[in-house]
Design a protein around this ligand. Sequence first.
Ligand SMILES: Nc1ncnc2c1ncn2[C@@H]1O[C@H](COP(=O)(O)OP(=O)(O)OP(=O)(O)O)[C@@H](O)[C@H]1O
Ligand SMILES: [Mg+2]
Length: 392
Amino acid sequence: MTSGTSLPDAAVRVLLIENNPADAGLVRSMLSESHGAEFRVEWAKALAPGMILLGRGEIDMVLLDLSLPDSQGLESLTAIRHAAPSIPVVVLTSLDDQDFAHEAVRCGAQDYLIKGELTGGMLARTLSYAMLRQRDQARALRAESQAALNKIAGFLGARGGVGTTTVACHFSLELKQRSGVRVLLADLDVAGGSAGFLMKAVSPHTLQEAASNLERLDESYWNKIVVCGADGPDVLLSRVSLALKEQANSETARNVFEFARPMYPWIVMDLGRLNPLAVSLLPDLSDLFLIATLEVAVLYEVKQLVSRLADAGLNRTRLHLIVNQTLKHSDLSPTEAGKMLGVPIHAALPECGSELSEAYAKGQLLNAKTEFRRQIGRLAERVAGLEAKKSK
Ligand SMILES: Nc1ncnc2c1ncn2[C@@H]1O[C@H](COP(=O)(O)OP(=O)(O)OP(=O)(O)O)[C@@H](O)[C@H]1O
Ligand SMILES: [Mg+2]
């Protein structure tokens, strides 16, 4: 049975599948008197006509009696969930049988109502909450599957001063420019924190503030915490020189990234040196770039670090070695270094001049087309799979 009139946007279209006309009449009159949300009811006397109405696609939720002439018990629920998995179902049962009703909820019903106990207020409230719950669950599921596609690239220095921050910043800029997607650069070098300086990102807000306000973190608050880049990445700063105790409290930092991840196809982390925070984030990284130079002493440290990272559970396939300033430090060639370490060199970046610190002016990226930038651009394309997309 249809109303035949066009519905106001706010009205909830309920499909009532109920063979008892007296019960159906009661539900309809209760919902028509609802003071909160507006409900429009379509009534089907059995499962089969109910499925036809459902198939028309103009239903927001189903109110389902579990004893119907053409289907009994959980069979009806399963059929509806199968045909329309995103539509919330509330089960109506005349049996005062909690176990049966609980079984229905386990099988995907959002809630249940016992006919003899129905009141108008309770009915309207139950339907409204069921709609909200279903919407929240769908949103969480979407965010989760989106987050699974999004990537996190970590940059870790084999030693201080090898260029980790410089490479991470330029990588995030090239990634943003070449892919066009939203990129977050997180300055997690809690000992130094120079990514913000290099990106000319100034803000009183930090990762630690986000971590302390997890429960009220939403997209608009988040946009105040990060320094939003016009043609560069958003930058998340860290409070530097934290007490060691705070550095180790890294679980909250992971929660912040769990929140941010659905918003960013790419998160780039300047991890600084190996520390408790960096170790705690290892499982979340899609790729870890280890930055070194070709100095023998640094390469020795790389060897130690690679085995420490393996001990911490990092999968070797996610680890990529980048040698920086190859002309300045050339104790060995990149190929010799790779052989010595047993880790292939993923990229070799040249020495470059003052343009490194002049690449940014008032948040604007200048067109510094140096060999260093070209190499980083190529690396970003490779990591993001943009080369393959281009050749297609
Ligand atoms: N390829 C390069 N050519 C020339 N200079 C470079 C290159 N890479 C980094 N530098 C310079 O080396 C210095 C150290 O770089 P950066 O701060 O990025 O290193 P870091 O490993 O992050 O250091 P820290 O341990 O302090 O965090 C900076 O002055 C930077 O401009
Ligand atoms: Mg640094």
